[in-house]
Write a protein that binds this ligand. Structure first.
Ligand code: FES
Length: 169
C-alpha cells in the first residue's frame, strides 16, 4: 500500500519536473526565436539610413590654390547600393583662374577616358597624345571635345562639387 503511494508520488514529481523542463525549453525557444526574428525584421522592414545626397560633395579646402596652377583634388561619394553603403573615390582637376573663378574638370580624357595630367601649362593625355589648354579646350590630338566640367560652388574656403557635365564639341 505504501509502495503504491510512493510510486504515485514519484510519478507526480516526475511529471512536475517534466512540465517545468518543457516550460523552460519553450521559454528558451521563444527567446532564441525573438533574438533571431527581431533583427531580421528590423533589417527587412527598415532599410539602412541612406546618405543625405543633396547632389554636392565636399572636395576640400581651396584657399591655398594658386591661380593657373591646377591641383588634382580627390573626394568621396557615398551612395546606397541595394542595402550596402558604398564609398567611391572621385577626383577633379581644379583650376583657379586669374579672376578667382574656380573650375573643376572631370579626371578623364574625352577621347577614350584615360587619366591625364598637368605638365608645362597644359593638360596632357598620354594615351594618344591629346593636349588640352588650362581652360579645358583641345589644342592638339584626337579628343573630340573639351574636358568635362563639374558644377561647382564655393562654401567659405571649401569647394563643393556637383554633377559632371559632359562638354560639347
Ligand atoms: S584617351 Fe586621351 S588621347 Fe586617347
Amino acid at each position: 500500500m505504501s509502495t503504491h503511494k510512493a510510486v504515485h508520488h514519484g510519478d507526480a514529481a516526475g511529471s512536475t519536473r517534466r512540465g517545468f523542463h518543457l516550460i523552460v525549453l519553450n521559454v528558451l525557444g521563444a527567446a532564441v526565436t525573438f533574438a533571431i526574428a527581431i533583427p531580421t525584421l528590423v533589417y527587412l522592414l527598415f532599410p539602412p539610413k541612406g546618405v543625405k545626397d543633396n547632389g554636392w560633395l565636399d572636395a576640400g579646402d581651396i584657399s591655398q590654390l594658386v591661380p593657373n596652377d591646377p591641383v588634382e583634388l580627390s573626394f568621396q561619394k557615398t551612395r546606397m547600393d541595394g542595402w550596402r553603403l558604398v564609398t567611391e573615390k572621385k577626383t577633379a582637376w581644379v583650376v583657379k583662374g586669374e579672376d578667382n573663378k574656380v573650375t573643376a574638370f572631370g579626371p578623364q580624357c574625352t577621347h577614350l577616358g584615360c587619366a591625364y595630367h598637368f605638365e608645362n601649362k597644359q593638360f596632357v593625355c598620354p594615351c594618344h597624345n591629346t593636349f588640352f589648354s588650362i581652360d579645358g579646350k583641345v589644342t592638339a590630338g584626337p579628343a573630340p571635345r573639351p574636358l568635362d566640367q563639374y558644377l561647382v560652388k564655393i562654401d567659405g574656403n571649401r569647394l563643393q562639387v556637383g554633377e559632371l557635365k559632359k562638354s560639347v564639341a
